[in-house]
Design a binder for this molecule. Structure first.
Ligand code: MLT
Length: 208
């Protein structure tokens, strides 16, 4: 791959019918973090897991922020474009279909930005504790893409109004959004895994 490459892990599929997953970690995570989650959500899927290229006090992220919940939107746009190019190259290199993103926190936010800025890159997305990534997103057509948005009722980082706004933004753009608010905070809970696994089973059944 070219310099557009991200440090990443790739695990090939072990089951032909399962969709590839693009795993996007939260702040301070890396390419190893979500491999276990990916395996639990969709056993047998190919897993493509890049490490965010922005460092905040040494902690990898997928784009710069000015403060917690306040994003450098120019950087969001630039980094989403870079990540989109990486996924396109990785698809050629590994011979995989457009992936379903599984993003947590900062990773969910860059996945939401990808959907709004580069809609062809992803086949769908599981957004765990996501926020609206852009205050003025371009008009986009998401053509029925399936999106599962799981929010935490007691999330101190993502206000309920923000996640509802994201759900509305994505469904107004034509995505099939399933938004659930869980009795959880910002961290993931067992319910996230169970719901994500059930949801992806439904997506696979439709694709088959
Ligand atoms: C972000 O910066 O993307 C959000 O504040 C979530 C986080 O990474 O803490």
């Amino acid at each position: 791959m070219t310099e557009a490459a991200f440090i990443h892990r790739y695990e090939p599929a072990t089951s032909a019918g399962s969709p590839p997953l693009l795993l996007l970690h939260g702040t301070g995570g890396d390419e190893n973090d979500l491999l276990g989650l990916g395996n639990m959500i969709s056993p047998g899927s190919a897993l493509l897991s890049p490490r965010g290229r922005v460092l905040e006090h040494g902690m990898p992220r997928f784009f710069r922020r000015l403060a917690e919940g306040v994003f450098d939107e120019e950087d969001v746009r630039r980094r989403a474009a870079e990540l989109g190019d990486f996924v396109t190259e990785a698809r050629t290199q590994y011979g995989i279909a457009a992936p379903i993103a599984v993003g947590f926190s900062n990773g969910a936010n860059i996945a939401a930005a990808l959907l709004l800025l580069k809609p062809d890159v992803l086949a769908g997305a599981i957004l765990l504790r996501a926020m609206v990534p852009l205050s003025d997103p371009p008009k986009v057509e998401l053509g029925g893409k399936p999106i599962l948005l799981l929010s935490g009722q007691a999330d101190p980082i993502v206000p309920a109004s923000n996640s509802s706004k994201l759900a509305a933004l994505l469904s107004d753009a034509g995505a099939r959004v399933d938004h659930k608010v869980l009795p959880a905070g910002h961290q993931l809970s067992q319910a996230d895994v169970t719901l994500a696994r059930g949801w992806i089973g439904g997506v696979e059944a439709k694709a088959a």
